[in-house]
Design a protein around this ligand. Sequence first.
Ligand SMILES: [Cu+2]
Length: 495
Amino acid sequence: MSSRRGFLQNLLAGAGLFASAEMLSAQEMNMSHGREGMTTRRKREAEGTGHEHGIPIPVQTPDTPDLPFRMDGNVKEFHLIAEPVKQEIVPGRVVDLWGYNGRAPGPTIQITRGDRVRIIVDNHLPEATSMHWHGFEIPNEMDGAPGSSQDPIAPGGRFVYEFTLNQEGTYFYHSHMAMQEMMGMIGAFIMHPKEPYKPRADKDFAIILQEYAILPNITVPNSMNMEFNWLTFNGKSGPATTPLIVRHGERVRIRLINLGMDHHPIHLHGHQFIVTGTEGGRQPEATWGPGNTVLVGVAQSRDIEFVANNPGDWMLHCHLPHHMMNQMSSSVGPMTRRNGMPAGLDMERGMGMLKGGSAVSEENGPSLGRGMGVGSTFEQRMLNTPLKADSAMQHRDIPGVQHPQGMQMGRPDVSENANSVPGFPQDAFMEGPMMAMDEMVDKPENYALRPGWSGFMAGMMTFVRVLPPDKYDHIMELRRRESGTKPMPGMEHNR
Ligand SMILES: [Cu+2]
């Protein structure tokens, strides 16, 4: 057993990657595990390493690197840095989040049951923080509950956590400061069993579900607001999420982790699955009933498994309609035609703290009802694509300028009498059909998707691509080529 574990450790560590983690700055560290982690991971994946050796396959976290470790005697030592990060959630939309080691969610930690683990946590935030190990059965003084189990980690400070883990399953780490959680501060913590579960999974993925309330033209989430307009899988919204690549016939596990204010019903197309695990670990087989939608509640995790026996590009998404949009509902419904609170003002007014007029006045009313959404204003930025300056101007709130009361007709996606139908528009856009941005999100995993696919992906959405061997192999080859020369797809703006 020990030789098996040693083998896994070497695989996870990558060749010659580690000097002392403490010697590396956050950025260096992030870059090195971004590259090395990816290269190593892809190599493992390409070679199918792990399978032949009777150990569980490593988890892939799309758009998110693994956290490297070094061995100090028999202790696996990790280094997490809590810090502000700039993150591009879709092309053109860079936001200010708080996370770990350069991104939100933070890097994924993978260990094996029985491991002794040390995690050095440095606080580079402008305020105190504390790290909680969610669901871990560890000594109380390691629990990270600020005030009761430890003093909060002051800005510039450090706390070293150390414990032995005798659990297995889909766990996570997060700041135990409530508002910091809503700024992005979470990461996956996978505890592998010593032997793979049966039936054995060929692919194992992790996806962290998060949500942010970020007004148009503003980069900082309002952690108090409950009207979430940016919904992410691993820190990306569709179409910037990276698809899960699966070979036809493989058994697939997907681990879903939720930390936010909403529960998310995650739905898979084309397959039935079983729930094989929760945040408490593996479920007994007697509980494995078929389904295709699993509700992942706040602070919960769910593992689903299925045999990918139906070829195609299948959507995996949250089924809450408002969670399938970006910059939610900014151009939905007739209220967007009326006068409202223009977007892009200061945070106070944008959040509905009025400086003048009443909440039901002509100027303010339309944008204040919760049901109308934070974006029910003249801001038309519903598209995934950054607005061109001139088209953005057309819809600005310019005193004395009448706003368009109807859409341009003669479009294939809108009928001639659309403007006379109550409720219109819902999923049609002022500026024409949803604009695809296939090229802007081009990466190996998106190879040969149907042209225009990206125009219909938003929010908590990605694909499970169940591919025939030739197409699968081609994507793996593209990944191999790319990992040699470029940083991990989608990570360019996270450094
Ligand atoms: Cu949702």
